[in-house]
Ligand binder design. Sequence first.
Ligand code: UDX
Length: 447
Amino acid sequence: MKISIIGGTGYVGLITGLGLAVHGHDVICMDGDSSKLNKLNNGELPIFEESLHELLKEATDRNKVVFTNNIKTAVRESDIIMIAVGTPESKNGETDMSQLILALKLVAGYINNYKTIVIKSTIPVGTCAMARMIIKDNLKNPMIPFDVVSNPEFLREGNAVSDFLNPDRIVVGVDTPESEVVMKELYRTFDAPMVFTDTRSSEMVKYACNAYLATRISFINEISEISEKVNADIHAILQGMKLDKRIGSHYLNPGPGFGGPCLAKDLKSLICFAGKANAGLPLLKAVLERNGLQIKNIIDYVMSELKDIGSKKIAVLGLSFKAGTNDTRNSPAIHLLEKIADTKTSIHVYDPVVKNLEEPLHSRVTFSTNIMDTIMDADCLIVMTEWPEFKELNLEMVYMMMKTPLIIDTRNIFSPNKAYHLGFSYKGIGITNPIFDSIDVSLKNII
Ligand code: UDX
C-alpha cells in the first residue's frame, strides 16, 4: 500500500514509517523539519534509538521510503495518510492540538480521491470526530469520500523499533467497514492481534494504558517509601509480589519517578479532558502528585547530604529520563541538576549518549568523557539511570576512588549489603541499612 506519514521524522512518525516500509509498503515520510530531512536523506538518524539504523538502511536499500517536505505529493500519491505530528502539553495540562489541526487542514486541501486518514498521534477522546469536521470543511471538492481512523502507538523510547515490529496488539478505531478493511490490509503482515473499536474507545485506550503504567510506577514508589519507614526491603517485597500472576514483575521498578515526554503529559491531558466531562479522578491526580513527591524526596535527601558536603565534588551518572535513550525531556536527572546547580558543588556528569544539555545547565556542569573521571575524588555518587555500564561498576574500585563513600542510587542498581559492608553510606529507593537496629520501628514508641 502507498502510505504517507505526516510528521514523518519524529520518534513515532519515523519508526512507524520505516517499520511499515520494511513490511513492504511504499512510504513517504513527510516533515517540515529540513535539518532532520537532510540527515535522513544522507542516511543519518535525527534520533538515538536502538537498531533504528538497520531499519533505515533496509527501507532505503529496498527503495521503500522517501523523505520529503512536500505535503501535496505525500497526500496525492498515498492511499493512507498517517498523521504522527506532536501533540505536546500546553501550560494548563491540556493537549496542544495546533500541529494536528494544521496538518489536517493542509492534508484536506490536497485530497483528490478516497483517502484513509489515520491519526497515530496521542489525542484526547473525540479528536477523530473533530478531524472529520476539519477535513470536510477544508476539502477542495466536498464530494470526495474519506475516513478518519484512530491508531494509537505504544512505543517505548529505547525499545521503539522492537515495540513497533513486535507489538503486543494493534489497536484501531474505525467508524466504517471500508476503513476496517483498509487497516486490516495495512497490518496484514504483522504477527499481532488487531483490536477494532470505535474511534473514541481507541483514543481512550492510549490514555488508559499510560495512566495504568504511571500508576504502577507511583504505586511501587509509594511502597518503597513505606518500606524505608518500616525498615523493610523493597527487593524482598518485590520478590514476594511478582510471583502473583495478577501482579507480575514487569514495570514495577522503584526509581526517581517517571520522566519522559509521554506519561506525565498524557496523564495531565487525561485529567483535563476527563475533568471537563465531570469525571472525579482522585486516583489519577494522586499518581501525578506521588510522582512529583518522588523526585522531590530525592532532591531533598541530596540537598541535606550536600549541606554537609559544601563545595565539594558530586558525580551524577545518567542524564536522560531512562536508560536506552538520549531524551532528557522531563528527566528526573535534569530536575535534580537544576536544583543542585544553585549550590557551590562541583558537578561532574556522565551519560553514555547525552553529551549536551541546554544552557545554563550545560555550562554549570563538567561533562566527563568516561565514568572513572566522573567518580574520581567524588564526595557523592548519584545514579539517575540504569545503563548496563553503571550496573557493572566494581564497587570496591569505586570505594577506593571516591573521597567520601556516599552513594545515592535512585535505580537500586547496586547491592545494598555489598555497599554497606564496603563502608559506603548507601541510599537506595525502598532500602534501609541492614545494620539498622532490629527493633521494629512501629514498636519503638511502645517499648
Ligand atoms: C511510555 C509507555 O511505556 C509507552 O507505551 C508509551 O507509548 C509512551 O510512554 P516511555 O515514556 O518511552 O514509554 O518509557 P517507559 O519505559 O514507559 O518509562 C517511562 C518512565 O517510567 C521512565 O522515566 C522510566 O525510568 C520510568 N519507569 C519505568 C520506572 O520508574 N519504573 C519502571 O518499572 C518502568
